[in-house]
Design a binder for this molecule. Structure first.
Ligand code: NAP
Length: 313
């Protein structure tokens, strides 16, 4: 039985771990198959405050993990298959660890960027393929970039990337964009953005020094061509990692967990959510870390209040 179990080890989960461990609550942190979360798939992180020279994503996450361990946080590797949140203590079924009981649970399982699933894509992540313009755009100064997608994210990323890139080609599989009119208008008004609509991406082409092109098919003519580029930003949406919750926590229509405004409280008292799993808007390491701190403080207060209640009874 643990007072608090944290599921997920991105910046949100690890920050919650640091706070709870320092409060002497000896949290258990369950690490999934991608310990450290999305930051471990990037290289330099230059916008996390406190590192004037920048820091490598994996290093930053390793530092946070060590900081939590220093105060007594316990880390175990496992995959949470199922969570019974119907009564406290909550029960988590964890592959590799069995059943774990917890008085409180912090869900910080993040959201995973969707990939196209085409050849050359995964193996070139960090070598020209990216799913995060804010993280990696800076490295494409005066370069030509492709953004794939037709939604608001793609418009936003394309616009953002024109700050650095010499040209941004927007590749979308249909003629119509899904993005809101205002976002489309903004992108269309941007002279650095060119359009390759009705094109299905087939393969990321790369050489020794990274990405050199994106092979696409023109859906009207069936003709295939390689659009030359230094980088491919895939902006086709994210999926919050909530499958194991089986709908027990209230979520929006895209599956992001809903929390009481200004807190990390979910619809179930004693269960808190922080980081990208409840944030479809900012999705930054520092904002995730901030909500991780909030979740730990909310959790501490909840435990204090329930212990007090037990004493009064
Ligand atoms: P989205 O609206 O679901 O759009 C995803 C886009 O990627 C669609 O155009 C889709 O094509 C394309 N796509 C999906 N799978 C693909 C595949 N396998 N191959 C090629 N293309 C594929 O996702 P999003 O743009 O991330 O937006 C998610 C939500 O966040 C939306 O509600 C959006 O309004 C919101 N958002 C708002 C802002 C803002 O207001 N500033 C910024 C970002 C996101 P199809 O159109 O053909 O399906």
């Amino acid at each position: 039985m643990y007072k608090s179990v944290i599921i997920g080890t991105g910046p949100a989960g690890l920050t919650a771990a640091i706070y709870l461990a320092r409060a002497n609550l000896k949290p258990l942190i369950i690490e999934g198959p991608e310990p450290g979360g999305q930051l471990t798939t990037t290289t330099d992180v230059e916008n996390f405050p406190g590192f004037p020279e920048g820091i490598l994503g994996p290093q930053l996450m390793d530092n946070m993990r060590k900081q939590a361990e220093r105060f007594g946080a316990e880390f175990r590797t496992g995959w949470v298959n199922k969570a019974d949140l119907s009564r406290r203590p909550f029960t988590l079924s964890v592959e590799g660890l069995g059943e774990i009981q917890a008085e409180t649970v912090i869900v910080s399982t993040g959201a995973s960027a969707k990939y196209l699933g085409i050849p050359g894509e995964r193996e070139n992540v960090g070598r020209g393929v990216s799913t995060c313009a804010t993280c990696d755009g800076f490295f494409f100064r005066n370069k030509k970039i492709i953004v794939v997608g037709g939604g608001d994210s793609a418009m936003e990323e394309a616009n953002f990337l024109t700050r650095f890139a010499s040209e941004v080609v927007l590749v979308h599989r249909r003629n119509e964009l899904r993005a809101s009119k205002i976002m489309q208008d903004r992108a269309r008004a941007n002279e650095k953005i060119t359009w390759a609509l009705n094109r299905t991406p087939l393969e990321v082409v790369a050489g020794e020094s990274g990405v050199t092109g994106l092979k696409v098919k023109d859906n009207e003519t069936g003709r295939e061509e390689i659009i030359e580029t230094d980088g491919v930003f895939v902006a086709i949406g994210h999926t919050p990692n909530t499958g194991f919750l089986e709908g027990q926590l209230t979520a929006d229509e895209q599956g992001y967990l809903l929390v009481n405004p200004g807190t990390t409280e979910t619809n179930i008292p004693g269960v808190f959510a922080c980081g990208d799993v409840q944030d479809n808007r900012y999705r930054q390491a520092i904002s995730a870390a901030g909500t991780g701190c909030m979740a730990a403080l909310d959790c501490e207060r909840f435990l204090e209040a329930t212990e007090l209640e037990a004493v009064v009874r």
